[in-house]
Design a protein around this ligand. Structure first.
Ligand SMILES: [Mg+2]
Length: 242
């Protein structure tokens, strides 16, 4: 039996990574000019994505996840690759990208509301999302989906300990919890670690950080949905209808 279904939000219910992809493109265009005019050909624009990625991962322990962390990493990368030559106008442009990302409309994936309404009739649902508190809360508000969730949890990271604390607050044993999400690393493996189930919904745009190969012993507790629309059927296929 399942007593509670958890949903990830970013790139599970709505678009997210595409905003980061576009910001990286703009960063390449901006910094590429500096590399040419600044005479630093060794930092070719093609390598910039790898440099940003390395800076982001290095900074997670300081800033966590989300747009603010991302833009600080862009600025740090810009300072590095231009040898300190980035000017305040361009730093202002990077900050403007962050504000645009934070203010962007929420673009729901197809049929999200129908899928949640369907499951909501059978199980309590919780939304569990990691990132900047203010931004994540604003996206939930703009999504218009909050009424489907018994609880909305914005967390700094998605570790087994964080999931355990949420389940304790909900009074639900991990074995009776299933988590739906696009990140094997953040949505599926920590829950499987606790003894719960994961429904993995792949998304082509998922940040590479979130893609990890599950260990063989986890496979029995990971269900695969081709798309979000398949999630109700996958969960009901467990024979856990109620
Ligand atoms: Mg996600």
């Amino acid at each position: 039996m399942i007593d509670l279904i958890g949903f990830d939000a970013d790139d599970t219910l709505w678009e997210n990574e595409q905003y980061y992809t576009r910001a990286r493109e703009e960063f390449r265009a901006l910094i590429g000019t500096h590399l040419i005019t600044g005479g630093r050909p060794e930092g070719a624009p093609a390598d910039l994505d790898d440099l940003i990625e390395a800076t982001e991962r290095r900074n997670l322990r300081y800033y966590g996840f989300g747009v603010m962390s991302f833009v600080l990493s862009l600025i740090e990368t810009a300072v590095e690759v231009t040898g300190g030559g980035i000017n305040s106008g361009d730093i202002g442009r990077l900050l403007a990208i962050a504000k645009r990302m934070i203010s962007a409309e929420v673009e729901l994936f197809d049929q999200v509301e129908d899928i949640l309404a369907d499951l909501y009739g059978s199980w309590p649902l919780v939304l569990i999302t990691k990132g900047d508190l203010l931004h994540q809360q604003a996206k939930v508000d703009r999504s218009g989906l909050s009424r489907y969730f018994a609880a909305i949890e914005v967390v700094a990271d998605k570790t087994p300990e964080v999931y355990a604390a949420i389940l304790q607050r909900q009074g639900v044993a991990p074995e009776r919890f299933v988590m739906v999400g696009n990140s094997m690393r953040s949505d599926i493996l920590p829950v499987v670690d606790l003894g719960g189930l994961g429904v993995y919904v792949p998304n082509a745009g998922t940040w590479v950080y979130e893609n990890v190969d599950p260990p063989a012993e986890a496979n029995g507790r990971i269900l695969h949905a081709r798309t979000l629309a398949d999630v109700p059927e996958v969960i009901r296929g467990l024979g856990m209808e109620r």
